[in-house]
Ligand binder design. Structure first.
Ligand SMILES: *[C@@H]1O[C@H](CO)[C@@H](O)[C@H](O)[C@H]1NC(C)=O
Ligand SMILES: *[C@@H]1O[C@H](CO)[C@@H](O)[C@H](O)[C@H]1NC(C)=O
Ligand SMILES: *[C@@H]1O[C@H](CO)[C@@H](O)[C@H](O)[C@H]1NC(C)=O
Length: 299
């Protein structure tokens, strides 16, 4: 019935137990910061009494693990208690008149919903909770490109691309780069950005690019596909046969040539030697001329 406007009653009531309503306000209900930078989460409160029993608690529902809310930092009876995972990175900046905190060296895991709760007995909370969203921006990390499948003509190939970091989550694009840039449809199932190429042909060969991009940047990785053309069996055999035939022919010709040269060479030797060897090799002369002598005698 305080809120219905019974001012006199309210006045007496407040005066009698010396309690006022304590209200909390946050300057911005959503904040963005680039990973690694510092950020101040502002939270102010209005109270009437002394600040000897002031109590401030900041909590976080992390975006990455909403089921694991945590107490970021607390101020109670003049003592500051930080979450063990945040020691050295978080601190109050305006106590005891403000409940602001500063977060240094921000990480993607710091993103989420922050609440600041202020209590200053005997003031009554009205409401004494301020809420704000913190987003952490991070550029994409270098994506990893992979291919799988059969790169023989007629086969199917799957190109996949994965990126481990980046906030907001990077978008994945696949494109064939040559002869001109052509975008390919991307399937985001299973956390990979994959694109499927069926019935590959020689035109499928070439350079493929995966881009991972968000507000803070773009990173690329590449796959160079070379589709095999399996040689046609008949022409291959024919070639081999032709080659063998040619080589055989050449060998035969050589053999014939050698034999012919050898033969004519011996003939020449016999004929030439006829005169020279008459004087030097008398033994041969006798044998050589014997048949002709014999022939002569027969004729
Ligand atoms: C955050 O960084 C500022 C400036 O470098 C420093 O003054 C402050 O002490 C740091 N806060 C914490 C909690 O380490
Ligand atoms: C594969 O591609 C070839 C030529 O590009 C075509 O003749 C054939 O029909 C295709 N096969 C299938 C299963 O699509
Ligand atoms: C892709 O591979 C082919 C054949 O292996 C090669 O000739 C070409 O230079 C490569 N392209 C790039 C961009 O690496």
């Amino acid at each position: 019935n305080r809120k219905t406007g019974q001012h006199i009653l309210f006045y007496f009531d407040s005066a009698s137990d010396l309690s006022y309503a304590l209200s909390v306000s946050v300057k911005q209900s959503s904040l963005q910061v680039v990973q690694g930078d510092s950020v101040t989460l502002a939270c102010s409160f209005l109270t009437s009494g002394s600040l000897t029993r002031l109590n401030v608690i900041w909590t976080l529902v992390p975006l990455s693990h909403p089921q694991n809310p945590k107490q970021v930092i607390a101020y109670d009876h003049g003592q500051v208690i930080e979450d063990p995972s945040l020691i050295g990175r978080v601190g109050f900046t305006g106590l005891p008149t403000r409940a602001d905190i500063r977060l240094n060296d921000t990480r993607v895991s710091d993103a989420g919903t922050y609440c600041c709760m202020v209590n200053n007995p005997p003031d009554t909370p009205d409401p004494a909770i301020g809420e704000l969203q913190l987003s952490i921006l991070a550029p994409p990390s270098l994506p990893v490109c992979q291919w799988d499948g059969d790169i023989a003509v007629g086969g199917n190939v799957l190109l996949s691309c994965s990126v481990s970091e980046g906030s907001p989550p990077p978008e994945i694009h696949w494109a064939k780069m040559d002869p001109e840039e052509v975008s390919l449809p991307v399937n985001m199932e299973g956390g990979f950005g994959s694109t499927h190429i069926s019935n590959v042909s020689s035109q499928t060969s070439g350079l493929y690019r995966c881009s991972a991009s968000n507000e803070l940047g773009t990173e690329n990785c590449y796959v160079n596909l070379s589709v095999y053309t399996t040689p046609d069996a008949p022409s291959g055999v024919l070639q081999a046969v032709l080659l063998t035939l040619t080589m055989t022919l050449v060998l035969l010709v050589l053999l014939v040539l050698i034999m012919w040269l050898h033969h004519t060479g011996q003939d020449g030797r016999w004929r030439e030697g006829g005169k020279e060897e008459e004087e030097e090799e008398e033994g041969y002369n006798e044998i050589r001329y014997t048949p002709s002598l014999m022939k002569l005698t027969f004729v």
